[in-house]
Design a protein around this ligand. Structure first.
Ligand code: PLP
Length: 376
């Protein structure tokens, strides 16, 4: 529906001639899948985050699924994750037949509260999917200590957190296995795609086999399948875009951080809450710009007012355990994770991308301020 005003989208990747050039090179090479461009990307991204190994896959979800498979999850097992996330953090182990358990978040970081995690462990618990939501690093050390104490597999869902730093080192470089995602709204955008980072050579080899139909990688015939696997292969065309994006990642992250700072100034003096402030241990990589409306303001009309002005917005992000299929399948309902539910009812995402213009951010802030005043 056209509103007659210039639209400001919620997200938009920043691509230029460099990605075009790299894609054309791949097209001319004829190596569209399982080629050298993927390997090059894997090396570059691993180096960037300080992980020894990386395996590219067709999506962040695919990568999480492979890690759930490697964790050996199955029916009768429980896996614990955060309700403030995208559904894939839980779906990845539901695919393997495990039961999801959601624990509440820390109100300051909106990531999994390690104390709540420890309290939820039962003799059936086998794995934890810790999420770096909104690009803000989770309490990885504390969560890992809990996992070690109880013999649980740890998977880091860093789909939103490429470029973030935890305790002075990049997310991905801390020893846990995890995933970055490359959907077009992400810090590094390739259309679709993801990469699993791992610190284990054995796991890396397994990932290469599992993403390619369980094919053997220790020599032997090409059509030699030693385990059940999937077609979770990425393409060299996407890897070419990824290399172009990696080359300019510092600039992309700086532009995102500058846009976030501008929103911060523009919204100062309103009573919207800005979330997840950086501190000595947590340096966020700006992924989305999410604000919480003041309690008592009805979110739906605020979002409608923004949309009427051509401003992209979304409820970001509804609690995973309250998604219709989660309620129907597992009987989850309101009250399970009160901190997460309270904040998720008030949050919304504003247009946010590296090249967003200052004028547009002013338009967004003005529209938001007006909508809140009317909505009281
Ligand atoms: C927290 C989180 N986990 C997992 C995913 C899944 O990534 P993908 O969309 O690449 O499958 C996303 C991405 O959208 C995400 O935001």
């Amino acid at each position: 529906m056209s509103t007659g005003v210039r639209e400001i989208p919620l997200a938009r990747p920043l691509l230029d001639e460099r990605e075009e050039e790299l894609v054309v090179e791949v097209l001319r090479s004829g190596r569209l899948s399982l080629g050298p461009t993927i390997e090059r990307f894997e090396e570059l991204v691993a180096e960037r985050v300080g992980a020894p190994y990386a395996a590219a896959v067709s999506s962040g979800t695919a990568g999480l699924h492979l890690l759930a498979r490697i964790a050996g999850l199955g029916p009768g097992d429980e896996a614990i994750t955060s309700p403030i996330s995208f559904v894939a953090s839980a779906n990845c182990f539901i695919f393997e037949g495990a039961t999801p358990v959601f624990v509440d978040v820390d109100p300051r970081t909106l990531n999994m509260d390690p104390a709540a995690l420890e309290a939820a462990i039962t003799e059936r618990t086998k794995a934890v999917v810790a999420v770096d939501m909104f690009g803000y690093p989770c309490e990885l050390d504390e969560i890992r200590a809990v996992c070690d104490r109880h013999g649980l597999a740890l998977i880091e869902d860093a789909a939103e957190a490429l470029g973030a730093e935890y305790k002075g080192r990049p997310v991905g470089g801390h020893g846990a296995s995890g995933v970055f995602g490359f959907y077009p709204n992400k810090q590094l955008a390739t259309g679709e795609g993801g990469v699993v980072f791992t610190h284990s050579e054995e796991e890396w080899q397994l990932l290469q086999s599992l993403r390619n139909q369980g094919r053997s990688y220790s020599g032997g015939a090409w059509f030699h399948h030693v385990r059940l696997g999937w077609n979770y292969r990425w393409t060299d065309v996407q890897a070419a875009i990824g290399i172009g994006q990696l080359e300019k990642l510092d600039r992309l992250l700086a532009l995102r951080a500058a846009a976030a700072e501008r929103y911060g100034s523009l919204l100062a003096g309103t009573d919207v809450e800005l979330l997840c402030a950086d501190d000595a241990d947590h340096r966020r990589s700006w992924f989305v710009y999410v604000v919480a409306l003041p309690p008592g303001v009805d979110r739906a009309p605020v979002m409608e007012a923004l949309r009427a002005e051509g401003i992209g917005t979304a409820e970001y992000v509804p609690c995973v355990h309250l998604q219709p299929y989660m309620r129907e399948t597992y009987g989850f309902g309101e009250g399970l994770c009160p901190v997460a539910e309270e904040i998720a009812n008030r949050t919304l995402a504003l247009p946010f991308y590296p090249q967003i213009e200052e004028d547009d951010q002013e338009r967004v802030a003005d529209a938001l301020r007006a909508a809140i005043t009317t909505g009281r």
